[in-house]
Write a protein that binds this ligand. Structure first.
Ligand SMILES: CC(C)(COP(=O)(O)OP(=O)(O)OC[C@H]1O[C@@H](n2cnc3c(N)ncnc32)[C@H](O)[C@@H]1OP(=O)(O)O)[C@@H](O)C(=O)NCCC(=O)NCCS
Length: 157
């Protein structure tokens, strides 16, 4: 059900990112760039991408993560999205749990997730809180006036 992303997943993943309606065209472009780095350069170790399939074998969610450069044991969850029709069914939790297992396995100690303070991201913030993440930092007016960068974190040791 959960597995590393492969080239055949590129279109389904881009479709589900767009279908969420959450991301601006520029954000989608950045997500796409990371996907292409991951798919075209198997030797790189900066970005890892996994997908989750539903019972019919359709790709319903994806997550990009990686070790934060120049840190000891800090990891970033860069992107996560579940297709709207499949949200609320536990796929997002499955993806984050996978990241946590990976981070523990590799001796990591901290996972960070950045998000926005916009009201439309409130469900996303609730999701992170539900999974045990707390707000560890906030930069007022970071994305644009009135839109803070909110950083959620979870320490493992
Ligand atoms: C955020 C997102 C990845 C969550 O994935 P999901 O599959 O819908 O979440 P899950 O079903 O695994 O939910 C896990 C827990 O979080 C809670 N949760 C999920 N969405 C929630 C919401 N809208 N409000 C409150 N709690 C929520 C669930 O209730 C669940 O807890 P429970 O099992 O105790 O009920 C998904 O909704 C999404 O793709 N959102 C749009 C894109 C986005 O915001 N990406 C992150 C950008 S920073």
């Amino acid at each position: 059900m959960l597995r590393p992303m492969v080239s055949a997943d590129r279109e389904p993943v881009l479709n589900l990112i767009q279908a969420t309606g959450f991301f601006t065209p520029d954000e989608v472009k950045v997500a796409e760039e990371l996907i292409d780095i991951y798919l075209t350069n198997p030797a790189q170790r900066d970005y890892f991408i996994v997908v989750v399939e539903n019972d019919s074998g359709q790709v319903t969610g994806y997550m990009t993560y990686g070790p934060t450069p120049l840190t000891e044991g800090t990891w970033d969850l860069y992107w996560i999205a579940v297709s709207p029709a499949e949200q609320g069914k536990g796929y997002g939790r499955m993806l984050v749990r996978h990241l946590e297992e990976e981070v523990r396995r590799k001796g990591g100690r901290l996972i960070l997730i950045e998000t926005s303070s916009q009201p439309k991201y409130q469900p996303t913030r609730k999701f992170y809180e539900k999974l045990g993440y707390t707000e560890v930092a906030r930069i007022p007016d970071f994305y644009r006036p009135g839109d803070d960068r909110v950083i959620f974190g979870k320490y493992f040791r």
